[in-house]
Design a protein around this ligand. Structure first.
Ligand SMILES: CSCCC(=O)C(=O)COP(=O)(O)O
Ligand SMILES: [Zn+2]
Length: 211
């Protein structure tokens, strides 16, 4: 019987998934200068998340820790990601949510700057919109919100709650910062993250070609 309030075998499995995905995303250049953070649900009350400040290109299982759904460290002296609350608020709200990914790719960062004043990026008519869970056609549009950046995580999380209240959401941008995307498991969250990055790159390219 483990004295820990979570299953250590499950933590080991989730940590391995996070490390593998993080290394791949880092190799794409999406996690510069220790940026980005990644998490997976462990159970109804706990998530595995990256330790703050770690080089995401050199991540190991030792760089993954456990938090409760209020973002407090569990059975560890490590400091969780500075943005832990933006992960745990999603696990607390959506019982079926399994994974949250946050990256700082150049495309995500440039798009967040360009569309900050508008407050959203409209993605319409792309076949790749079907990558977002539940979408069945290209013949639709989604709006990716762009939130102002802040170091006040409870304030940022409150803004995210308002977005979530307003309707279905697969992710959002933070101005000058990066992208949050999520899904029921790692594969779905990766699919959403990659679809956002590709579609944002298309929007940036279109503006270059058709100023
Ligand atoms: C140098 S990155 C600035 C913080 C940030 O935006 C980020 O994604 C990484 O923070 P963490 O505490 O999760 O390492
Ligand atoms: Zn960040």
């Amino acid at each position: 019987m483990s004295p820990l309030p979570y299953d250590p075998a499950r933590l080991a499995a989730r940590a391995a998934e996070i490390v593998a995905a993080t290394r791949e995303l880092a190799a794409l250049g999406w996690t510069p200068a220790t940026s980005s953070n990644f998490s997976m649900r462990l159970d109804a009350g706990h998530a595995a998340i990256t330790v703050s400040g770690r080089d995401k290109g050199r991540l190991t299982e030792a760089d993954i820790m456990v938090v409760d759904l209020e973002g407090r460290p569990v059975a560890t002296h490590h400091r969780p990601s500075a943005e832990t609350l933006l992960h745990t608020q999603l696990y607390a709200r959506f019982p079926d949510l399994g994974c949250v990914l946050h990256t700082h790719s150049r495309t995500q960062t440039v798009a967040s700057r360009l569309f900050a004043r508008q407050g959203h990026v409209r993605l319409a008519g792309y076949e790749l919109l079907k990558a977002f869970a539940g979408n069945r056609t290209h013949d639709m549009a989604i709006e990716v919100p762009v939130l102002p950046n802040s170091q006040d995580m409870p304030a940022l999380a409150a803004q995210v709650e308002r977005l979530l209240d307003a309707g279905p959401l697969w992710g959002y941008l933070i101005d000058g910062h990066g992208l949050y995307a999520w899904g029921k498991d790692m594969a779905e969250a990766r699919r959403h993250l990659e679809a956002f990055d590709f579609l944002l790159a298309c929007e940036l390219e279109l503006r270059r070609l058709q100023p």
